[in-house]
Design a protein around this ligand. Structure first.
Ligand SMILES: [Mn+2]
Length: 357
């Protein structure tokens, strides 16, 4: 399909004007392809199926969701299963079938995002900040990037609300779960839009299925990884560092970081783990902290990419060789940088259990 040319949208104003701009762009198209970042998380999946609902109910056009990587966390797998979310792998999709492409919860050029070469992106809906983003957004017709909003799912729910669309139970539950995970149950990085979006969705949410998604059974390997991670925790004054060494997925790095932030007295958590030849990093800070500043400071001089908002940030560093020595050196550099950025003197880290008799 040949895309119908659409004039570049003027700078977007209020919520209603944004929604109208999105609707008029989609009206000129026939079939939408929705993409997320690699290994999609609940917010990107929620935002993606929410945009599909918008395309279907506010505009009347058909769409497909296509992903790269895997659905990793047990909760995310439960989300796909419980809500019957339909998606293809990007490599299995015939790109010529689509005349409109949307990126949800990410932007062109982000390190954890694969857009097939030559595929032009028409729509970007996201809430991350990235220094290299502006140049890659130049050719995108509809850009809705709001870094003050806690979840991309909230942006998308806002468009459904503005357009008067009643979401299905599946879509509403997916969007609500996306908001819940990215805002830690509406406790961090929460904007007025996140609250309004959640209120709007709540009457449509299938609470039974939401609980099934939130508390799924976990594989034994999960507990093994957690046990290993806890033995490697290093605690400084208010700063908790943890290396998972070689690990199965970047999601586990993020999950351990979330868990450690709950430790009393913790102001910031820095967690890392090597997956293949990528060293994944997750940074979490107390509410009001700036995880984005910390991750940038820690990754100074390293070959990698990072993104984040408010008290949550993540990144990945490419390592030339995945041997133990290289890993140790990298971790030492990162540790030095983050302690410096936090204004904490290094040298005397405590391990979990150090205080026991
Ligand atoms: Mn998100």
């Amino acid at each position: 399909m040949k895309p119908t040319p659409v004039a570049k949208q003027p700078p977007l104003g209020t919520g209603r004007a944004r929604t109208e701009a999105l609707r008029s762009l989609l009206r000129a198209r026939h079939r939408l392809l929705v993409l997320t970042h690699n290994n999609p998380d609940p917010d990107s999946l929620g935002g993606a199926v929410g945009l599909q609902e918008f395309a279907r109910k506010a505009v009347g056009i058909d769409s497909r969701l296509a992903i790269t990587g895997k659905i990793l966390r047990a909760e995310n797998q439960a989300m796909v299963r419980e809500l019957g979310l339909q998606m293809d792998r990007v490599e299995d999709v015939n790109l010529a079938d689509f005349d409109c492409v949307a990126l949800v919860d990410t932007q062109p050029g982000f390190g954890h995002t694969h857009v097939p070469p030559g595929l032009a992106v028409d729509i970007v809906l996201d809430h991350h900040v990235c220094p290299d983003a502006s140049s890659s957004l130049r050719d995108v017709s509809f850009v809705d990037v709001r870094s003050d909003v806690g979840a991309t799912s909230s942006l998308v729910a806002g468009h459904l609300l503005e357009a008067g669309v009643r979401p299905s139970a599946e879509v509403a539950t997916a969007l609500a779960y996306g908001i819940k995970t990215d805002t830690a149950d509406l406790s961090r990085n929460v904007s007025d839009l996140d609250l309004r979006a959640y209120d709007f969705l709540f009457p449509f949410v299938d609470r039974q299925r939401l609980v099934a998604i939130t508390s799924p059974r976990l594989p034994v390997a999960y507990f093994q990884t957690l046990k290993d991670a806890l033995t490697k925790v290093r605690m400084y004054d208010g700063v908790v560092l943890c290396s998972l060494g070689r690990t199965g997925s970047a999601e586990m790095v993020a999950e351990v970081a979330d868990l450690l932030l709950r430790m009393e007295g913790t102001k910031a958590v820095f967690c890392g783990g090597l997956v293949g030849t990528n060293y994944h990093v997750s940074v979490r800070t107390e509410i009001g902290g700036d995880a984005w500043r910390l991750i940038r400071a820690s990754m100074e001089g390293e070959a990698g990419t990072c993104g984040g908002h408010g008290s949550v940030a993540g990144g990945a560093i490419q390592v030339d060789s995945a041997d133990a020595r290289t890993l140790r050196r990298l971790e030492r550099r990162l540790e030095r940088n983050i302690l410096k950025a936090m204004g904490v003197a290094g040298g005397n880290a405590a391990a979990l259990g150090d205080g026991d008799d």
